[in-house]
Design a protein around this ligand. Structure first.
Ligand code: BGC
Length: 766
């Protein structure tokens, strides 16, 4: 009986259950669900329906400045539909017990959480994870996150965050998959598949929430929560597809963004929430606001709490996070005719549907399992994936004279403010990480080195010279020891150790809280005090390897010129301390590739590879030309282009062939390329395919990623990689917002990054 119920619920997920579709043939599982919910709703008062629209925090571990109060009383009064950030399974169980035993209708609560890059087993920050270009691995990290989180009672994650961002200043660039629409869309879908699996009712799958809808990553000047003003061309072709891809993969919910969009904040934007999301895209799940985003509409200048709550609900929002504007004003708005009861009914229906699809009406405690929590959280197998994901996310930016991999002998001086801090390894938005027990790089290096290598360590420099800035940059327990002696004294101590060693490993860059929410920067270089340390270390004449921690693209011009080896390790999660030595000592050959362009300086931002050509493009081979689109003081080129990343081996690309030079709609063309490992190490390479539409009815980017394949090659080995190109790959939204491929000439580029490519041409005929 139970399994039949589960089967029917899983079938339910296969069908879109929306009101529009219900006019067509409604599958029996959907009918059954609707009958159940309609019957329940017929017993609900208006107050109880509004109560379902209310999402509260558990009163701790919150991510905004407002914290929910009186949660228990509110549950009993039927005023709570969902709770998030309840930190222990016992507290989740207790809240659910109250809901299903002490409320009039015994409706279970949905429990959310920001399970962003893993749960207790923490994976690299999303930007790092995207640098693996490995969809299977990314999906697996989301799967593991779901297995662990659901054991603790969580059934709804506020992930994936799919905001495209091309602004290195924006702190939340660390939470997304970088600058590219195509790659971002693939990752969005993989994450949703990982979280939701093929059956949302299962005890170890959870509902995904795509965020932040929409265009949050384009906030002006990279300042968090700031305004976005964007053309439809850019929206449809560049920023919106990842949200759509997550929804097409079945994501059950959507979170609104904080930002203003062309004059109407997302949380009150009817065009966005209803016309686009529901009508054009056919989304059938529920929409939740971001943290107090309804209340913030007051500061946006849209009216008082009653007005903005009505605006938001009428725009198509179903659930109000934390702010309680819905709870406290909607009844009045119904009475005054400002909100239709039907809109509240629809929102309530969607929230109850989510609970039904999760199987909560069948068993409200399905996701609370102490036994599973004991055996499955931080399971050794999960840690193996965490270590693998971390090593695959690291990007080797420079490696002169093959300084890396390091020999496992002699003396290494491990210097820098990031060397001996475990709490900074998991990265931003890892609320479930066990910070106290996360190993530091120093511990990891000592363990990996064993008795073969002597490791010397000193701080070398504070993270930031300004103590107050350092405090802001090390919040939420991400501590870094601070040394209050004069700067030169601290540097001298490090230089002394460096002089006694064979090689220096400098662990520098950002702390984990220098990126993430409300952590934007206008200076995107390594903090000056750390640079001064680096200069002093280089002066010793010892080979220096920069192990770079960062949650965003940094401007590394000086480092690129002066430091012989740079390994960008981002923030790699629970297993960072083991993963870095894996790569430094060569047990793993780095293969990560950047998913955001690294600029030469902050003035170039936003800098991204898929830009438009302009009417006055700079001539090839030049870096300045008067009356051309460029700068007086710096070339247009990035420091490290999108898709870039070195390996301990080298790869050669040759023999680009097209199966034909022209094809018609309905046909396809195959591009093949031979890739050879020309070095001495076995290694992985991400082979990337880019296309340019040479003539269009509107302007088209100079290059767009349209395919990639990650391959592994032994020394001397070659592989032919094939890419099938169809009309679909050539489509874009034209000025009428029609998704079309226009006949004409195209260029195709293949290479190991977006800059160093081989090219050919083809045409699409009518
Ligand atoms: C963030 C969201 C997050 C929410 C709940 C907000 O401040 O913008 O990404 O999901 O808090 O924690």
């Amino acid at each position: 009986m139970k399994s039949l119920f589960l089967l029917s619920l899983s079938l339910l997920l296969v069908f879109n259950t929306g009101l529009a579709q219900q006019k067509k043939a409604v599958p029996p599982v959907v009918q059954k669900m609707n009958t159940f919910i309609n019957k329940l709703m017929s017993k609900m008062t208006l107050d109880e329906k509004i109560g379902q629209l209310n999402l509260l925090t558990g009163g701790e571990a919150t991510t905004g400045s407002v914290v929910s109060t009186g949660v228990e009383q509110k549950i009993k009064a039927g005023q709570v539909g969902g709770i998030f950030s309840l930190t222990t399974p016992a507290r989740i169980r207790k809240a659910q017990e109250i809901a299903v035993t002490q409320t009039r209708l015994k409706i279970p609560i949905i429990f959310g959480q920001d399970v962003i890059h893993g749960y207790k087993t923490t994976f690299p920050i999303p930007l790092a994870l995207s640098a693996t270009w490995d969809m299977e691995l990314i999906q697996k990290t989301a799967r593991i996150a779901a297995i662990e989180a659901t054991a603790d009672g969580i059934n709804w994650t506020f992930s994936p965050m799919v905001d495209i961002s091309r602004d290195a200043r924006w702190g939340r660039i660390s939470e997304g998959s970088g600058e590219d629409t195509y790659l971002g869309s693939k990752i969005a879908a993989a994450m949703v598949r990982g979280y939701q699996g093929d059956d949302l009712t299962k005890y170890n799958t959870m509902m995904a929430c795509v965020k932040h809808f929409a265009l949050y990553g384009a906030s002006e000047a990279g300042r968090d929560y700031n305004t976005t003003d964007m053309s439809l061309d850019r929206m449809y072709n560049e920023y919106l597809p990842p949200y759509k891809a997550a929804l097409d993969a079945g994501a059950g919910s959507v979170m609104t963004s904080f930002n203003d969009i062309n004059g109407v904040p997302a949380t009150a934007n009817k065009w966005l929430m209803t016309d686009l999301l529901r009508k054009q895209w056919g989304f059938k799940g529920m929409v939740v606001t971001d943290y107090t985003a309804v209340n913030e509409l007051i500061d946006h200048g849209l009216g008082d709490l009653q007005t903005v709550s009505a605006l938001s609900l009428n725009a198509g929002v179903d659930m109000d996070m934390v702010g309680e504007g819905f709870l406290t004003t909607l009844k009045k708005s119904v009475k005054e005719g400002k909100v239709k009861q039907q809109r509240i009914d629809d929102a309530c229906h969607l929230i109850l549907e989510a609970k039904y699809k999760l199987g909560l009406f069948e068993d409200p405690f399905r996701y609370c399992n102490e036994e599973r929590a004991k055996t499955e959280i931080l399971k050794p197998e999960h840690l193996v994936y965490a270590r693998k994901a971390a090593t695959e996310s690291f990007v080797l930016l420079k490696n002169d004279r093959q300084i890396l991999p390091l020999k496992k002998s002699g003396t290494i001086a491990l210097i820098g403010p990031l060397a001996n801090t475990g709490s900074n390894m998991p990265g931003t938005w890892s609320v479930n990480s066990d910070l106290a027990n996360t190993k530091s790089l120093l511990q990891g290096m000592q363990a990996a080195a064993g008795t073969d290598v002597k490791i010397l360590h000193s701080l070398g420099a504070n993270l930031l010279a300004d103590a107050q800035y350092q405090e802001r940059a090390t919040m939420f327990g991400r501590t870094i020891p601070r040394d209050n002696r004069p700067e030169q004294e601290i540097i001298n101590e490090a230089v002394k150790l460096a002089s006694q060693s064979d090689v220096v490993v400098a662990a520098l860059g950002e702390s984990s809280e220098m990126s993430g929410e409300a952590s934007s920067r206008t200076d995107i270089e390594i903090p000056a005090v750390q640079k001064r340390l680096l200069q002093a270390l280089l002066k010793t004449g010892k080979p220096v390897v920069l192990v770079l921690f960062t949650g965003r693209p940094l401007a590394l011009n000086w480092e690129n010129e002066n430091v012989p080896a740079i390994l960008n390790v981002w923030f790699g999660g629970t297993e960072t301390a083991n993963a870095i030595p894996d790569v430094l000592f060569g047990a793993v050959n780095p293969s990560g590739k950047l998913t955001t362009t690294f600029p030469q300086n902050v003035g170039q931002v936003p800098l991204y590879y898929a830009h438009k050509n302009t009417g006055r493009p700079l001539e090839e081979g030049k870096w300045f030309s008067k009356f051309r689109s460029n700068y007086l003081d710096v070339s247009n080129a990035p420091l490290y282009p999108f898709g870039y990343g070195l390996s301990y081996t080298t790869f050669a690309y040759s023999n680009l062939k097209l199966s034909k030079n022209s094809f018609k709609p309905g046909e396809s063309i195959t591009a093949s390329i031979e890739v050879k490992n020309t070095g001495a190490f076995e290694g992985k390479e991400v082979v990337q395919l880019y296309i340019r539409d040479l003539v269009g009815s509107s302007t088209r980017p100079v290059k767009e990623l349209k395919g990639f394949e990650k391959i592994s090659l032994k020394p001397g080995e070659s592989k032919t990689v094939n890419f099938k190109i169809t009309e679909e790959d050539l489509k874009f939204y034209n000025t009428d917002l029609k998704f079309v491929a226009e006949p004409g000439d195209f260029k195709i580029y293949i290479g190991g990054n977006s800059r160093d490519v081989v090219e050919a041409g083809f045409s699409l005929s009518k």
